[in-house]
Design a protein around this ligand. Structure first.
Ligand code: NA7
Length: 538
């Protein structure tokens, strides 16, 4: 049990902020290594993303076999995934099972938001303060705060005057929402919009879909899993996960080791078809050059545009739903169930808010151009202040009293996405500059937590107290992240990868897109080299 040093301060080896996939595994792994760990979680339950995103149709766009922990073979064998793509409810049940199965709950404090983390340079310890005015002292702080955890409403006037109900997909009411007989507007056609729109359309009397930018989406071809599917996965799981760890995106999807431009148009079409039939994100790896060669990217865009035309009966609506003006992959590809087909329904209307922007919310609905859409309910599927939002909502104060907000005023800078110069003994899980959102998050989370746990073990075994990213190594990593991104077409899109979805946010391509395998190798090299790029002090 932790030792209490005063009425309000409690001492820990490690304070972990967040109890989603990352926080739960950090607690499990660090506690297993003998550390005294406290997890602080703002929500009233564990689960992170899967606690908050309860909107209709919410499910993971990575398959259940890939999107699960690998640290316990028993857990892999025990847990019975019901569908190819896990629903939010199933993921939340899984994470609750993990919390119970590994007796994590006694070390997790729910319903508590961390407001600040301040370094005391003299003692070398962090003081973590919560919104309950508690002060926790910790040698290490791990920010497991998630990449898509700060929901964003658009800067549109008038919401206060709206007399109907409104919701954000990323903070959905637990009791659910009944759309029966309602006129509904969904704003946003990213992944959350694309997943929720078909389900809301089935219930609502009338649905307006307010689209600013059309998105690339590939059908999930979701299905129930059979016992044979589950058995095959459990039997082969170590090999499946090993493949995923070394892959580009951290998934077990098979792709092709050939460039789209190196084959004939007929062969290209056949390969796209085959990859399409696999459903979802494997489309990324249909060819090796899709994200780096404009012609290759155009070829997959054309292929998907054809599919949209096949799925949508009205050619004019199909045209509006066809993405243009940015490369495929520049915004994360969506994985849908009947999204495009939903626009064939009589009760669904696509509203182009790029041509006619949203002017304001009115008491009765939404003013688009000079037309008022009268609605009972507005659903904001408008995304998140991604990757840095949750971190910067905490007042993090490092060496010399410098805050992370000050340090990152021109954009995030990290070493390996794991650590920040000036903030010793603070680690980030899936921070900016790591593969994070450009990968299967669970594979990346496990890799980060393992690396951090090893680093802390290293310090302890050598009698060292402090670990801090060196400024030069950090700058070199930031340069590398940018160089790799610039070899691709991805930065060309206005996306949350670059911060472009938040007005005024510095425009920096945040995820590392060199691939999970290469990234892991680089992290391992740093560790094997005695944590090269970090200062370790007694
Ligand atoms: P996203 O992908 O950021 O999507 C947000 C959507 O909301 C996107 O279509 C935006 O259009 C739209 N949006 C945002 N602000 C406005 C305004 N003011 N007017 C009209 N439309 C607006 O968030 P999601 O929650 O869907 O998905 C996030 C990730 O979660 C996803 O990639 C998966 O990894 C899981 P825009 O494209 O900016 O024109």
């Amino acid at each position: 049990m932790p030792s209490t040093t005063g009425p309000e301060t409690t001492d820990y080896d490690v304070v972990v902020v967040g109890a989603g996939f990352a926080g739960l595994y950090a607690l499990y792994e660090l506690r297993r290594r003998g550390l005294n760990v406290r997890v602080i979680e703002a929500a009233d339950g564990v689960g992170g993303t899967w606690f908050w995103n309860r909107y209709p149709g919410a499910r993971c766009d990575v398959e259940s076999f890939d999107y699960q922990f690998s640290f316990s073979e028993d857990l892999v064998r025990e847990w019975v995934w019901s569908e190819r793509y896990p629903r939010q409810e199933e993921l939340l049940a899984y994470l609750n099972h993990v919390a119970d199965r590994f007796e994590l709950r006694p070390d997790i404090q729910l319903g508590t938001r961390v407001s600040s983390a301040v370094l005391d340079e003299r003692s070398g310890r962090w003081t973590v303060t919560t919104d309950r005015d508690e002060h926790l002292s910790a040698k290490f702080v791990i920010m497991a705060t998630g990449c898509l955890s700060t929901a964003r409403l658009p800067d549109v006037e008038g919401l206060d005057s709206f007399t109907g109900d409104w919701y954000h997909t990323g903070a959905w009411p637990h009791e659910g929402v009944d759309f029966t007989g309602k006129r509904v507007a969904v704003i946003g056609t990213g992944s959350s919009g694309i997943q929720s729109i078909p389900v809301i359309a089935e219930q609502a009397e009338q649905l307006f879909v307010l689209q600013r930018t059309a998105n690339y989406s590939v059908p999930a071809f979701n299905r129930e899993l059979s016992d044979a599917d589950r058995q095959a996965c459990a039997d082969n799981f170590p090999a499946i996960r090993q493949f995923a760890r070394q892959s580009m995106l951290g998934g077990s999807w098979s792709g092709n080791d050939v460039a789209a431009m190196a084959v004939t148009p007929e062969e290209r079409q056949a390969i796209f078809e085959k990859q399409w039939e696999m459903g979802g994100l494997p489309m990324y790896v249909a060819f090796t050059d899709l994200l780096v060669d404009q012609r290759a990217n155009d070829s997959v865009k054309d292929f998907i545009a054809d599919k949209i035309r096949q799925r949508v009966s009205d050619p004019a609506i199909a045209e509006k739903l066809t993405p243009s003006g940015y490369p495929l992959g520049g915004k994360r590809i969506c994985v849908d169930i009947d999204y495009f087909e939903t626009f064939n329904r009589d009760n669904v209307e696509l509203v182009d808010v790029k041509a006619n922007p949203i002017e304001r919310i009115t008491p009765r609905g939404i003013l688009v151009g000079d037309t008022e859409l009268a609605v009972d309910t507005i659903v904001f599927a408008t995304g998140f202040d991604a990757m840095t939002g949750a971190l910067l909502s905490i007042n993090i104060e490092g060496r010399g009293g410098r805050t992370l907000r000050e340090k990152w005023h021109a954009g995030p800078a990290t070493l390996l996405g794991l650590a920040v110069s000036g903030f010793p003994n603070m680690f980030l899980v899936t921070g900016p500059g790591s593969p994070s959102v450009f990968s299967n998050m669970v594979v990346s989370i496990e890799q980060h937590v393992d690396w951090i746990a090893e680093a802390i073990d290293h310090l302890r075994s050598k009698g060292l107290q402090r670990m801090e990213a060196l400024p030069d190594a950090e700058s070199a990593w930031v340069d590398h992240v940018n160089e790799v991104a610039d070899t691709t077409l991805l930065p060309q899109a206005d996306s949350w990868y670059t911060g472009a979805n938040v007005p005024g946010k510095p425009r920096v391509f945040m995820p590392y897109v060199g691939g999970c395998g290469l990234y892991r190798q680089k992290c391992d090299e740093v560790a094997a080299d005695g944590y090269a790029g970090f200062s370790l002090t007694p």
